[in-house]
Design a protein around this ligand. Structure first.
Ligand code: ZN
Ligand code: ZN
Length: 411
């Protein structure tokens, strides 16, 4: 029986995958956590291990989400610039050239005195507004501050390209670099970057924020240094790719930006703080509401990644119990049948305190899903499951197949 009307939900615990921990009697956080609802899904559904990109590749949250949504990150990921800009809520258009930037301090010979302008932590919004919208030739410069000394720059105009170097010399005492391009489009872009950097110095040098900083004995943020150019990729929208719409209920700015770029509905959920104290019930309710509007919903809860980076396995097990309550509320609140996939976007083992290339456990559950002998959620049980070992880009393929949204391939 086909389940053409069934919805599809992917619920990700960010950085969920882990390794055995002595503090947890040799279990992983997912194995040690008390997760009756995830265990029920495992018992009724099918489990396996997933490599977000490919075995052994430590995925970033951005590339992992691209892959899990069915986009090949090797074809579509052109550097952090565009995703950095998306992540701080900038509107990025296809073909834009995006840079990560620092507010920095230079002397009047353009030698870098402080690459981070004394780790400036206030006034950057005013400084950014003085630069945002600048025109250099036929190029528009869109500029926005991020946290502390960080910011992002978008160059928008005809015939630009990402083949340009950095203005940031990456060391103090060195002179700001004159950016060069390595092809014709890159040279046009380099010209615009150099003009932007010079003008940023002219405009910021005597800005009231910097006058105040000098009075307080702090280094002025009197220049912007762009680096890491990337072109906003020509990604198909989610709806064009799949023929149905989707929503993102996600806690990571970078992934909200990605969702907007894919023209998905991105829902801001009050109470979803992206911290360990986030309101999982509010996230679950937002998932259920979005399922009334779209066949597909992606949900990401950030907490397990935070505890992984902190190296705190007991906290991470608690985060996974929070994920279990989120899943419970979704499953109990479903008004129509839906196929669920619960997994992580990558592993952030507490013993590594960073992302690793380990696969993550995944469970799929819903009408038509075959079952296997697995009765619990976690790395060890999932390794014996019927899904075997899949990759991130297989998830959408399996979900669309289970919900009869795929055409037959062949006669
Ligand atoms: Zn992540
Ligand atoms: Zn992380």
């Amino acid at each position: 029986m086909a389940h053409e009307s069934a919805g599809m939900v992917i619920i990700l615990g960010d950085g969920l995958g882990d390794r055995p921990e002595a503090d947890l009697d040799g279990l992983t956080p997912a194995e040690a956590a008390n997760t009756p609802n995830l265990d029920r899904l495992a018992a009724e559904g099918i489990s396996g291990m997933m490599d977000p990109i490919r075995p052994g590749v430590p995925a970033g949250s951005d590339t992992a989400h691209l892959s899990i949504l069915g986009y090949d990150p090797y074809q579509t990921y052109t550097g952090r610039g565009p995703f950095e800009a998306l992540g701080i809520g900038m509107e990025v258009r296809r073909g834009d050239i995006c840079f990560r930037c620092n507010f920095a301090t230079v002397d009047d010979q353009f030698n870098v005195v402080d690459r981070r302008a004394g780790r400036i932590d206030s006034g950057t919004h005013e400084l950014a507004q003085a630069l945002d919208g600048m025109k250099v030739g036929d190029v528009t410069c869109v500029f926005k501050e991020s946290v502390e000394h960080r910011a992002a720059l978008i160059l928008r105009g005809p015939d630009l390209g990402p083949a340009v170097g950095d203005a940031d010399p990456h060391e103090e005492g060195a002179r700001v670099l004159a950016v060069e391009g390595s092809d014709a489009a890159g040279e046009r872009t380099a010209q615009a970057v150099n003009d932007f950097v010079c003008r940023s110095h002219e405009i910021l040098e005597d800005h009231p924020v910097n006058e105040a900083r000098r009075k307080a004995g702090k280094p002025p943020a009197n220049i912007v240094l762009p680096r890491g150019a990337g072109v906003a990729p020509h990604l198909e929208s989610f709806e064009d790719k799949y023929g149905f719409t989707g929503a993102c209920i996600v806690e990571v700015g970078l992934i909200k930006g990605l969702g907007r770029y894919l023209e998905m509905e991105v829902v801001d959920v009050p109470g979803a703080t992206g911290s360990r104290e986030t309101d999982e019930g509010a996230l679950a309710d937002a998932v259920l509401a979005a399922l009334g509007r779209h066949p597909f919903v992606l949900c990401n809860m950030k907490a397990p990644d935070l505890s992984g980076h902190d190296g705190n396995p007991k906290a991470k097990a608690e985060d996974i119990e929070k994920l279990d309550r989120l899943v419970q509320r979704v499953v109990e609140g479903l008004r129509e049948p839906a196929c669920l996939a619960v997994t992580g976007d990558h592993s952030t083992p507490c013993s590594v305190q960073d992302h690793s290339g380990d696969p993550v456990p995944i469970v799929m559950w819903g009408p038509g899903v075959r079952t296997d002998a697995v009765k619990a959620f976690g790395e060890r049980p999932a390794q014996t499951g019927g899904l075997g070992r899949i990759r991130g880009h297989d998830v959408m393929s399996i979900l669309t197949s289970l919900t009869a949204r795929q055409e037959k391939f062949g006669a």
